[in-house]
Design a protein around this ligand. Sequence first.
Ligand code: ADP
Length: 286
Amino acid sequence: ALAIFENDAADLRLRLVTHFRARPHHVNAEDVRLQQVFWNLIRNAVKFTPRGGTITIATDNNRASKERPAEIVVTVTDTGIGITPEALDRIFNAFEQGSSLINRRFGGLGLGLAISKRLVDLHGGTITAHSRGKNKGSRFILTMPTIAAPRPAGREPARAAPGTRRSLRILLVEDHDDTRRNMTRLLTALNHAVVSAADAAGALLSASRQPFDLVVSDIGLPDESGLELMRKLRSRHQLRGICLSGYGMEEDIARSREAGFSEHLTKPINFQRLEQAIENAAAHCT
Ligand code: ADP
């Protein structure tokens, strides 16, 4: 989730600081949902912190007590516009936003935190919001009960969690350096083996050297169009593809389908849509 916001944070001159201190840190959770919660908290911190601010993400542990199990505590703290005491009381309600003024300035539906809270509740955790007031920054604290580290794959096959996916060999083609780096991290974190290329020539070379299950490619490449590249990869290597495009009109989607892409994603890339697109593609890979 953090990787997704690195570019935005750099553009806004926001410092992203991490202190991952939690020792026991395994939880029983649906990873996609948990990622959605973190995504929402970090997105809000980025959205509501003016240029030059700092966002700190820290993890710690609470020891087990009579009342509570051992927990991991994740805090997302920002130095942004803060939350008034009145708004704090309602912030996890659906469609609530800090103020209509903020609403007009920042857009959004006021659903992110309500959904996050529901998801965390369903996981047996808690999420709370804290702020000393206007312009004093905000802190969101999430706790989840920890579990023992899962044993390495043994005789007992681990039950496939919902959303568990196959590891794919992915060829990533993207000319923007930061985006390529972040996407590589993201896809690797999702357990895929990623080879990246910055242009079509590099991609064709990689594909001639080793097999891939899937290509994820930008459309606007420096040497030739991602559409042309996809046609070649499809005819030469029978590859499936997901395209990343700045345009999402019907004719753009039709054009990318015609070139052989099975999925069309419009930038800025939504992490869940990308994950879903990869899962769809994986279902067709042999
Ligand atoms: P939205 O999609 O409108 O951002 P959320 O449910 O994620 O909805 O957030 C609801 C409201 O809570 C926001 O509109 C904002 O007023 C306030 N809020 C959330 N996070 C922060 C934060 N880090 N700093 C200041 N205000 C925040």
